[in-house]
Write a protein that binds this ligand. Structure first.
Ligand code: SAH
Ligand code: SF4
Ligand code: F3S
Length: 459
């Protein structure tokens, strides 16, 4: 009888925090490590390598990493008792910002490396597999994108594609320019190629990613510098691709051509995440956002003119140093004027090394908390109103996963709402028409409809 080939791969466990760019990076790390025989696994217990891909954006980021490391260490100890090695690595933005501290405080960590070094992983792993401990928080002069392997780990029909990285804006509260480095755009030619490969592998939706994605300026096949608008046109021509999204944008980089694309490319989904951070010009200035609230209102109005059903989300920081009740009221008014489909809001937290960390005039914590809850109450009202408006509509839903309840599947509407329906798991990875039956604060429920209008299942 033929012997079954013994599976000889090594187990790789990656835990990812933070923004979608980290999700993309984790997939790319899995790609590059597959060349060394590593395959992703769901649990850390018996892994040969563990990578924590970390986020440094808000307070307690480093504490979270240390407590996770503490939990995972027992798996490493257990493995070592059996005479085997488990490599422990910290990657991402905490690694970049606190690399030395991690090396010092967690001697059992084998590797610490920042977001711009992932293409050097094979070398680093080989060294660490010996006795060396590795710290690599360089910003190499060559781009990792040119040295990552072609194949791409994708999960499901919705894929991320990093097109731009880093940031030169230096908002006074933000660590990103320090953890991700200077703004850099990939070549448009490469991006279109990668998008085609993703579609070949089953992606129906691609989200173009960047910390400042609408500042994109990559070289196209014609040798000219392409804007994000040019890139969206090119990507929209890929057959089999149904949906395009991009995130995250800065209001100042919302060019006329990009605004126009929203009215011209129907594959571009009618939902835009456009962070503003505050509605007070005084606070926007202190944040170094370099625009006023009026510019944001104007950009949103022009976008809505181009695509009347465009839905918006945003990020707001509440309780930035110097924020008075009047400034906060300006923030509330801006949110009322825009009317969001969804919105993130965060209490300001001082990040060491950023200019705002040295600012005086701190807002007392209980005041910031109280303002944040007023702001969030407004946003919850807006989300509920937006979701209620969708009741009775038929929307195309891209199903991504099983729902929480038995027999349920869930996916995203064009407006990025979570939609749950009763339906067969085989529909995961497809786009189906759904008649929306009820809108809640954070999701919708509905019923699958056949093209001829016959209801398949009741939610
Ligand atoms: N590039 C994006 C945002 C990146 S960070 C942009 O320009 O908008 C994601 C969000 O985290 C930010 O939009 C901001 O709202 C929040 N954030 C960043 N630093 C913060 C801090 N120090 N305190 C509270 N929230 C913060
Ligand atoms: Fe941070 Fe501002 Fe750059 Fe966004 S634009 S990543 S908030 S510095
Ligand atoms: Fe966090 Fe770094 Fe992204 S700090 S939000 S993982 S760029």
């Amino acid at each position: 009888m033929a012997q079954e080939k013994t599976e000889n791969h090594k187990k790789l466990y990656i835990k990812t925090w933070g923004c979608q760019m980290n999700v993309y990076d984790s997939n790319r790390m899995a790609d590059i490590l597959s060349g060394l025989g590593y395959k992703p696994v769901e649990a850390p217990d018996d892994a040969d390598m563990i990578i924590l891909n970390t986020c440094h954006i808000r307070e307690k980021a480093t504490d979270k990493v240390f407590s996770e490391l503490g939990r995972l260490r027992k798996h490493k100890d257990a493995k070592e008792e059996q005479g085997k090695k488990m490599l422990m690595a910290v990657a991402g933005c905490v690694a970049q910002a606190e690399g030395d501290f991690i090396m010092e405080r967690a001697p059992y960590v084998d590797m610490v490396f920042g977001p711009q070094t992932y293409h050097e992983l094979p070398e680093m792993v080989l060294k660490a597999a010996g006795e060396d401990r590795i710290i690599n928080t360089e910003f190499p002069s060559i781009s990792k994108f040119d040295h990552l392997p072609e194949q791409h780990t994708i999960e499901g029909a919705s894929a991320f594609l990093s097109i731009q990285e880093g940031c030169d804006k230096f908002c006074t509260f933000c660590v990103v320019p320090y953890t991700r480095g200077a703004e850099y755009s990939r070549s448009a030619t490469e991006i279109v190629e990668e998008a085609k490969r993703l579609v070949d592998q089953g992606a129906l939706e691609i989200t173009l990613l960047g910390q400042n994605v609408n500042a994109f300026h990559g070289t196209g096949p014609d040798g000219k510098t392409w804007s994000l608008a040019d890139l969206i046109y090119a990507v929209s021509e890929i057959e089999g691709l149904e949906r395009i999204r991009y995130t995250t944008s800065h209001p100042r980089d919302m060019g006329d051509d990009l605004i126009a694309v929203h009215g011209e490319v129907m594959k571009l989904m009618p939902f835009l995440h456009l962070p503003v951070q505050s509605g007070s010009d005084k606070i926007l200035k202190a944040m170094n956002r370099k625009h006023k609230a009026e510019l944001y209102r104007d950009v949103v109005a022009r976008l809505r003119k181009a695509r009347p059903d465009l839905a918006f989300s945003s990020d707001y920081i509440i309780g930035f140093p110097g924020e008075t009740e009047e400034d906060f009221e300006d923030t509330m008014q801006l949110a009322r004027d825009i009317g969001y489909a969804s919105c993130y809001s965060f209490k300001y937290s001082a990040r060491p090394g950023t200019p705002a960390a040295n600012m005086q005039n701190l807002v007392l914590d209980h005041i910031a908390s109280e303002r944040l809850s007023r702001f969030q109450a407004l946003i919850n009202e807006q989300q509920l109103a937006f979701n209620k408006q969708c009741e009775g509509l038929e929307l195309d839903i891209l199903f991504e996963k099983k729902g929480k309840k038995d027999g349920q599947i869930s996916g995203r509407s064009p407006y990025f709402q979570s939609v749950h329906v009763q339906g067969n798991e085989r529909l995961i990875g497809t786009i189906q028409k759904v008649r929306i039956s009820e809108g809640f604060e954070n999701s919708l429920t509905g019923e699958l409809v056949l093209e001829d209008g016959k209801v398949l299942n009741r939610a």
